[in-house]
Design a protein around this ligand. Structure first.
Ligand SMILES: C=C(CC[C@@H](C)[C@H]1CC[C@H]2C3=CC[C@H]4[C@H](C)[C@@H](O)CC[C@]4(C)[C@H]3CC[C@]12C)C(C)C
Ligand SMILES: C[S@@+](CC[C@H](N)C(=O)[O-])C[C@H]1O[C@@H](n2cnc3c(N)ncnc32)[C@H](O)[C@@H]1O
Length: 363
């Protein structure tokens, strides 16, 4: 009898601990910013819940075909492929990373949140932003950087993203943070750039133009909408001088990064200034912000490994219960693998997500 009582107590304790833990991780836990997403709210962006698995399979097969030299070389198809990618990953990014979809160097004694904000606020100094200036954010995501930059400078930011779901999220965050009078979001393709010539006092893009199949296409459009004399800064994803295209291990890492991040092909650091100059910009400054004394940007990715396992269990259970869409587990697994390739790229020094280029449109 005593034994059964103990067994029952043990069982009840396990139920309370597991149930409480599961409730915490699915309904309460999220990034330490404004509470954006919890696990029970994971969706497929603008895709119907039933279409997430199909969307993932399409993304994957499109990529496979692209690697063999078809679709990814057709520039006109890339924006749709990128849009599908962001339908699949936006909620997971917000849930597991925050509202800023980029990396930043680690800073000892500072939280990830502070390091992220400082990396974003650097744009304010580089562009010498003043209150009321009209600034373009090319590839704005759900607007983490836009809000930090607007709040720090008082400038008016107009963000553009190809993904309708991100527009909805960004607008909701702008409103919630009381920055909607300074921050505007437009759904559109930055390869077409639906804005008037000479209509911006400055522009920036943070880890976004890497999605353009041809960098000159997006740089030309940014150049067109800038007023003469104004500046553009970009944090580019590139391979570094240590990358050896003859080394199979290097090639595998870079392919892994491209596959898991919807990239039509990573460029070399050497190409960036050349392309900026070709479209008419003067290059004011160029620097890999990941180089020492900066501390590794990939530490945060590595530190999260246990959390990724916990997240894997949470999404698997939610998907099994029918709360999260079916393909979410595949998408999460893909990101898990991608995180590993990114960290390997950082460790080997062959890849950087923060090759900064500061340009000026001549008077
Ligand atoms: C600029 C781009 C995105 C950069 C990063 C914001 C994202 C790159 C890889 C992403 C992640 C990988 C692992 C995920 C983890 C398995 C999950 O449990 C929680 C979310 C991740 C940490 C996720 C978060 C965003 C990234 C770090 C590209 C697309 C050009
Ligand atoms: C990795 S996210 C970075 C978002 C934001 N800069 C940040 O740091 O949080 C890349 C962004 O570029 C946008 N993007 C990619 N290709 C685009 C295109 N052709 N036109 C407009 N936006 C695009 C994506 O929709 C996404 O918002």
């Amino acid at each position: 009898m005593e034994f059964f009582k103990e067994l029952l107590t043990l069982f009840c304790t396990a139920v309370v601990v597991f149930g409480g833990g599961f409730y915490y991780f699915t309904c309460l836990f999220g990034p330490a910013e404004l509470k954006g997403k919890t696990a029970v709210q994971l969706s497929g962006g603008s895709l119907d819940k039933e279409k997430v698995k199909e969307g993932y399979e399409q993304y994957w097969s499109f990529f496979q075909r692209g690697v063999n030299g078809n679709d990814l070389n057709a520039s006109d198809k890339v924006p749709a492929f990128v849009d599908t990618f962001y339908n699949l990953v936006t909620d997971i990014y917000e849930w597991g990373w925050g509202q800023s979809f980029h990396f930043s160097p680690s800073i000892s004694g500072k939280s990830h949140r502070d390091a992220t904000r400082m990396h974003e606020e650097m744009v304010v100094d580089l562009l010498d932003l003043k209150p009321k200036a009209r600034i373009l954010d090319a590839g704005c995501g759900v607007g983490g950087p836009m809000r930090a930059i607007a709040a720090h400078s008082g400038a008016n930011i107009v963000g553009i993203t190809i993904n309708e779901y991100q527009v909805e999220r960004a607008r909701a965050h702008n409103k919630r943070s009381g920055l909607d009078s300074l921050c505007e979001v437009v759904c559109g393709n930055f390869l077409k750039m639906p804005f008037d010539d000479n209509s911006f006092d400055g522009a920036y893009s943070i880890e976004a133009t890497c999605h353009a199949p041809k960098l000159e296409e997006v740089y030309t459009k940014i150049y067109r909408v800038l007023k003469p004399g104004s500046r553009y800064v970009s944090y580019e994803w590139v391979t570094t001088e240590l990358y050896d295209s003859e080394d199979p291990e290097h090639v595998e890492i870079i392919r892994g990064i491209e596959r898991g991040d919807a990239l039509p092909g990573l460029r070399s650091y050497k190409d960036i200034a050349e392309i900026a100059t070709k479209v008419g910009f003067e290059v004011v400054k160029e620097k890999d912000l990941a180089k020492p004394p900066a501390e590794p940007w990939w530490t945060r990715l590595k530190m999260g490994r246990i959390a990724y396992w916990r997240n894997h269990i949470v999404v698997t259970i939610l998907s099994w219960l029918g709360i999260a869409p079916k393909g979410v587990v595949d998408v999460h697994d893909m990101l898990y693998v991608t995180a590993d390739y990114l960290a390997k790229g950082g460790d080997a020094g062959i890849f950087t997500p923060m090759h900064m280029i500061l340009c000026r449109k001549p008077e």
